[in-house]
Ligand binder design. Structure first.
Ligand SMILES: Cc1cc2nc3c(=O)[nH]c(=O)nc-3n(C[C@H](O)[C@H](O)[C@H](O)COP(=O)(O)O)c2cc1C
Length: 366
């Protein structure tokens, strides 16, 4: 039986060689010496190793659409020409050296009230104060995320400005040579902050009903779709559940996915959580895959599954049984940047290896 995981996926004019993809992963490694938000040698090594390791598509880490949208001062961005040039080098590498005609996407993000925080290995936590390079954050209201500093409630003009920043970043992504763009609408960042009834208590046209809470997410979809070529697929990452009473649930997510697909989103990348500190997540292997399956079935849009998916058989099962169209992997990819070469072997699929590594092909078993 040919492997379903290792079968190509066509999204608009983009043929992704197979459905085993790298989930976006912030590296908090853009240092002032190499330029604010500019991806550098670390990012080249990090993303390049997945390309050599046989990934079908690599999603970049959350690239901020403006300086205030960075989760931490060391985040990557796509709001300057220097940042776009940093990405160009990585894109060239992935395209030239990928084992399997690897594709690469740009995840575009704004962290909203969860911006300006210390990065995980900084030895500190919470919001970065102005005295240490932090900034005043922005959100749907001035309610902070638990333990973080207070954001400023965004004005109409600031909201429209963010929509324009997403579009500008998408244009830069296209010019830099990315194969696709993903809008980060998940994990309690700005677009999800507007979407979640637990956070967005605005009473103007950007809040008050499900439709109004979804308005920013869909305005960004429209703005990005308008500037990327028709031939280029557009992905949207959502949190299908807030894992908290009164928050986003899978029913809301199905309706959002349907509206997004009508506006030209080609695949919904279904994650969950991140909106509120009191969330209660029951994280077991594949704990979010059921959401991807339900969104795919009920919204009729291709989906990507993500979350504690680590084995070749688990990933194969999801695609073969039509529960998801692609499988994103984060931590398993960090543990083994060549995960796809090994998974193909386990599934009996004859994958191309980079010639430099050919002597390691397990023709006679590992
Ligand atoms: C180091 C690290 C950085 C991450 N950064 C991002 C990010 O930039 N954007 C995003 O949408 N998710 C991010 N995530 C979440 C992952 O993409 C993924 O959804 C999550 O880790 C669950 O998948 P896994 O069980 O395969 O790790 C990050 C995860 C890790 C481990």
């Amino acid at each position: 039986m040919p492997s379903a995981l290792f079968s190509p996926l066509q999204l608009r004019s983009l043929t992704v060689p197979h459905r085993g993809w790298v989930s976006p992963m912030c590296q908090y490694s853009c240092h002032p010496e190499t330029g604010e938000g500019v991806p550098n040698d670390w990012h080249l090594m990090h993303l390049g190793s997945f390309a050599a390791g046989g990934a079908g598509l690599i999603m970049s880490e959350a690239a901020a659409v403006n300086p205030a949208g960075r989760i931490s001062p060391l985040d990557a961005g796509l709001y300057s020409d220097a940042q776009a040039e940093g990405w160009e080098r990585i894109i060239r590498f992935v395209h030239q050296y990928g084992a399997v005609d690897c594709k690469i996407g740009a995840q575009l993000a704004h962290a909203g009230r969860k911006a300006s925080t210390y990065w995980p290995f900084s030895g500190r936590s919470g919001s970065v104060p102005g005295s240490d390079g932090g900034w005043v954050t922005a959100g749907p209201t001035n309610q902070p995320f638990d333990g973080y500093s207070e954001p400023a409630a965004m004005s109409e003009a600031e909201i429209q400005g963010v929509v324009a920043d997403f579009a500008a970043a998408a244009s830069r992504a296209v010019a830099a040579g990315f194969d696709t763009v993903e809008i980060h609408g998940a994990h309690g960042y700005l677009l999800h902050q507007f979407q979640s009834p637990l956070i967005n208590t605005r009473t103007d046209s950007w809040g008050g009903s499900e439709e109004k809470r979804n308005k920013l997410m869909l305005a960004v979809v429209d703005a990005v779709r308008a500037v990327i070529p028709d031939s280029m697929p557009l992905l949207l990452r959502i949190s299908a559940s807030d894992w908290a009473e009164g928050g986003v649930d899978v029913g809301i997510s199905v309706r959002l996915a349907r509206a997004a697909a009508e506006r030209g989103v080609d695949l919904v990348d279904v994650s969950s959580g991140g909106a509120v500190a009191h969330q209660r997540i029951h994280a077991v292997p594949g704990y979010q895959a059921g959401f991807a399956e339900q969104v795919k079935r009920e919204a009729g849009v291709p989906t990507g599954a993500v979350g504690l998916l680590t084995s070749a058989t688990q990933a194969e099962d999801l695609v073969a049984n039509g529960r998801a169209d692609a499988v994103f992997m984060a931590r398993a990819a960090l543990r083994d940047p060549h995960w796809w070469l090994r998974a193909a072997y386990e599934l009996g699929h004859d994958i191309t290896w980079v010639p430099q590594y050919e002597r390691a092909v397990p023709r006679h078993g590992f």
